[in-house]
Structures are given as structure tokens and as C-alpha cells.
Ligand binder design. Structure first.
Ligand code: ZN
Ligand code: ZN
Length: 284
């Protein structure tokens, strides 16, 4: 498998829950032999109501986060230039999906001339499911159980894809993160039909599926996405890309061999086959 990562490069400089500098992380990718990497720092919020609790605790404001994001793009472009001919670097961002994100993502894409966007969902019904296990369980109770929570998550994901048109869809089945019986929950009819619907949308749109090894770092047995979803994506002809979702130097390249094996077993197509113009230029 070509050594490409399309989701990662979060750094302690530009993200409050990551470590190390962006230059150190990019150097680690180069040392690990990557031919192309996508830097996908988290998007800044458009107002203070959407700061994460850790960011609010540090006294961040939306305006401050937006200025830091502009600095990220500038440094990422400088690194792209510095590595020209040695390693391809795409400058992108990872989205959020909460009310108001559609126009905001479009404006960030345009203002910063981003190469691409990883479309991710970390919120369901305006509440973050990715911050703590306690919150996750509380929100599941609010929805009346895990299956309805999954269904709402996959509905939010479809809305996100239709609005943002992401080139890459990030950690597609993140919603299973605190559910030990996720294989059962995922295959309930109301959930599974949404999984297939979203994969079908991606196949038609040429959006690439992030096979995200961060789940392995966090102690999960399978990356995001898990085997049944990977099988379904292979059948539908969805293109895939490895993503380490690195939040520090030590995460760079994590689980690459494992993901390579999973994709080879299914003879899945790499991101360079995507219909997206940007991704077709990988390594070119
Ligand atoms: Zn992060
Ligand atoms: Zn994410």
C-alpha cells in the first residue's frame, strides 16, 4: 500500500489536546517514509458557544481559535513548500457538524484556500459525544438507547456530507467508541440501513473513507471503520485512505501494517482513485 495518510497532523501548537510542534510531526512522517500526508487540524468554532470544555477552561475564544487556525495554515503551506520533491503535503482541516457548520466550513475553505476537508461528526443533536464517556452515556439515554443514538449520528453524517461535500469522511463509525457490543448495535436494521445509505452516497460522490488507526491506539480491537463496514464499502467500491489521526510524534504511522492488511484482504481502492480532483493529484 502506498504510504499515504489523509487524516492527521494535529499538533500541540495548534490543538489543545495534541502534542509536539507541527514541524516535528511533519519530520516524523518523512522519517517514517510517507510519500504524501494530509494535515487536517480541527476547524475553529464560529462563536464561543462551540468551544470544547478544555478550550473554554484555557480561556480560548472563537476569535483567538480562528487566528490560531490562520497561523496553522500559513505554517502548513511553508512546510509544504519546504518538503516539495521529498514528500507531498496537502493542507486541509477536519470539520465539525453542529448547527451553523455548513456555511462556516464553506467560508473557511474559501478564506484559507484549503486543499480538502475531512468531514467528521463529533456532535449529535448539538451535543458532543466524543468528549467523555459520561456525556456519551447521558446523550444515549436522552435518545432512548444506543441504536437510536447511532441512527441520529448517521443521519447527522449524511446531512454533513450533503452540506460540506468532504473529500474524505473521518472515522465513519466513531459513534461506537464507548459501546462494547457495537457489532450488534450496528447491525440492527434501523442502524445498518443508514450505514449502507451513507456509504452509497460516498461511492456516488467519490468521497474517500478514512480508515482511522487512532481507535487501535485507544485500545479498540478494530480501526474506525470496523470489519462489516469495510466489507460493505468494498462491495460498493468506496475508495479508502489510511489515517493515523496523529495528535503527536509518537502517533505517526500507528497501525499502518494492520490497516494495510485489512485493505489488502478486501482488495480495496486507494484514495488516488477518488473522483475528487485534489485527491487524484496525490503524489503527482
Ligand atoms: Zn483532536
Ligand atoms: Zn475527529
Amino acid at each position: 500500500m502506498r504510504k499515504i495518510s489523509l487524516h492527521g497532523g494535529h499538533s500541540g501548537q495548534y490543538c489543545d489536546h495534541a502534542r509536539d510542534t507541527l514541524a516535528q510531526i511533519v519530520a516524523a512522517y518523512h522519517d517514517a517514509g510517507f510519500e504524501c500526508i494530509g494535515l487536517t487540524e480541527h476547524m475553529p468554532p464560529f462563536d464561543d458557544a462551540w468551544l470544547y470544555p478544555d478550550e473554554a477552561g484555557l480561556g480560548r475564544t472563537a476569535k483567538w481559535m480562528q487566528a490560531r487556525f490562520a497561523n496553522y495554515v500559513a505554517e502548513a503551506r511553508a512546510l509544504q513548500h519546504a518538503y516539495r520533491g521529498r514528500m507531498g503535503i496537502l493542507v486541509g482541516m477536519e470539520s465539525e457538524w453542529y448547527p451553523g457548520c455548513g456555511p462556516w466550513v464553506a467560508s473557511l475553505r474559501e478564506t484559507h484556500g484549503l486543499d480538502y476537508v475531512v468531514g467528521s461528526v463529533h456532535h449529535v443533536g448539538g451535543e458532543c459525544v466524543d468528549f467523555s464517556k459520561q456525556d456519551y452515556e447521558r446523550i444515549a439515554t436522552r435518545y432512548g438507547g444506543l441504536a437510536p443514538l447511532y441512527a441520529a449520528y448517521f443521519d447527522a453524517q449524511l446531512e454533513m456530507m450533503q452540506a460540506i461535500k468532504p473529500e474524505v469522511v473521518g472515522h465513519f463509525d466513531l459513534i461506537r467508541m464507548h459501546d462494547p457490543n457495537y457489532l450488534q448495535t450496528l447491525t440492527q436494521a434501523d442502524v445498518w440501513e443508514r450505514v449502507l445509505r451513507n456509504l452509497d452516497w460516498m461511492a456516488k460522490a467519490g468521497a474517500v473513507l478514512d480508515v482511522n488507526a487512532r481507535a487501535l491506539l485507544k485500545g479498540q480491537a478494530q480501526p474506525y471503520v470496523c470489519a462489516p463496514i469495510l466489507d460493505a464499502a468494498a462491495k460498493l467500491g468506496v475508495g479508502v485512505a489510511y489515517g493515523d489521526d496523529a495528535h503527536g510524534v509518537t502517533d505517526v504511522g500507528c497501525g499502518f501494517a494492520r490497516v494495510e492488511e485489512l485493505l489488502a484482504q478486501r482488495r480495496m481502492k486507494g484514495p488516488e482513485t477518488s473522483s475528487s480532483q485534489v485527491l487524484r493529484q496525490i503524489g503527482g
